[in-house]
Ligand binder design. Structure first.
Ligand SMILES: O=C(O)CCC(=O)C(=O)O
Ligand SMILES: [Fe+2]
Length: 359
């Protein structure tokens, strides 16, 4: 599977923000990837997310298809997505479930098993401890949520959890808050890393109501590939600002270690990105690369099938749809003019989704 990338480890709890920001800057310049530790999302919570994910993906296909992706939320079956639109492959060998923002006006676009699958099957048989776990978790969420939002320091329109009766959504809502909290702190450090005011990305509207998507992914172990070259996730760079990724530890993720700014697969070599326990794998997305005029790398990566089943959860922190992403003054000069024109984040994302899904 190739040599392992020795990525820097960033400690989000370090009191020395400036030295942390410097380490982030170097990691984003050198790799576009780093590990994030002490992020405040307990291993146990992530374990539960993977448990729920396993249960969900093991449901019969027709049940999962009752929640098929609409408005980029819900279930995407095997081979429905091709992250490398230039590849002739029949699609990526993974299935996934997207959860969109749970706050703001579009939160009602989300799909939940309680809306679809509950109607189709006897859920107590499929998920026996569902209700009791949800009940317990739900109460914890309500308590912790308040703290998390106060800590994040902004006041989004919170979807009234009291009106939700699905523990599944509450569970994901909680992890989204935790990760969002880690993400918000990280975005402030990224601003410092770029020698900007700490609240720069908030001021330009990037993180008002970020277009944050949580994506649960399942890579099946056995594939019927009939000799075809099949990827778990074909070579791609992420679209947004940053991605926080948790995996179950099964290998497969590879990133290109290449000369600067290379998005060419034939250039450089692929290295393994291993899991570090209790760390998120963080990577820079294309819009951050545009902001920084390629100073920060949005590195190509992919997931190779290993014959082993694999689960991951990727949290994509993208700028608000109306945020205009344009080259930072500090990242261009007469001799190094902006490489990309300004673009509205929403337009950029729409185009990337169109190329990936054909819709
Ligand atoms: O599953 C993984 O390890 C990576 C997934 C990924 O790169 C993506 O969904 O953008
Ligand atoms: Fe990715």
């Amino acid at each position: 599977m190739g040599e392992a990338l020795k990525l820097p480890i960033i400690d989000l709890s370090s009191p020395d923000r400036f030295s942390t920001a410097d380490s982030i800057r170097q990691a984003c310049i050198d790799y576009g990837f780093f590990y994030l530790v002490n992020h405040g999302v307990e291993e146990e919570i992530l374990g539960r997310i993977f448990d729920e994910s396993r249960k969900f993906f093991s449901l019969p296909l027709e049940h999962k298809m009752s929640l098929v992706r609409k408005e980029h939320r819900g279930y995407t079956p095997l081979y429905a997505e091709n992250l490398d639109p230039s590849s002739p492959s029949k699609g990526d060998s993974k299935e996934s479930f997207y959860i969109g923002p749970l706050e703001g006006t579009h939160s009602n676009l989300n799909q939940w098993p309680s809306d679809g699958i509950f109607i189709l099957c006897e859920i107590p048989e499929v998920l026996p401890s569902w209700r009791s776990t949800m009940d317990l978790f739900y109460k914890k969420v309500l308590r912790q949520l308040k703290n998390a939002l106060i800590l994040v320091g902004n006041q989004p329109t919170v979807t009234p959890l009291g009106q939700r009766n699905s523990g599944w959504s509450a569970k994901y809502w909680w992890i989204i808050c935790c990760i969002r909290y880690a993400g918000s702190r990280l975005i402030r450090l990224l601003a410092l890393a770029l020698k900007l005011d700490e609240d720069f990305f908030e001021k330009v509207g990037a993180s008002d109501i970020p277009t944050a998507f949580l994506r649960l992914i399942h890579y099946p172990g056995e594939l019927d590939s009939s000799g075809e070259e099949i990827y778990g996730a074909s070579a791609h760079s992420d679209y947004g600002m940053i991605t926080l990724l948790a995996t179950d530890g099964v290998p497969g993720l590879q990133a290109w270690s290449a000369g600067r700014n290379s998005k060419n697969q034939g250039y450089g070599r692929t290295c393994q990105v291993s899991r570090v326990i209790q760390a998120f794998i963080v990577n820079i997305g294309d819009m951050m690369e545009r902001w920084t005029n390629c100073l920060f790398r949005s590195t190509l990566h992919r997931v190779m099938p290993t014959g082993q089943e694999r689960y991951s959860a990727a949290f994509f922190l993208d700028p608000n749809n109306s945020c205009v992403v344009e080259c930072l003054e500090s990242c261009c000069s007469e001799s190094c003019p902006p490489r990309f024109p300004p673009i509205r984040s929403g337009d950029y994302l729409k185009e990337r989704f169109r190329l990936t899904y054909g819709s």
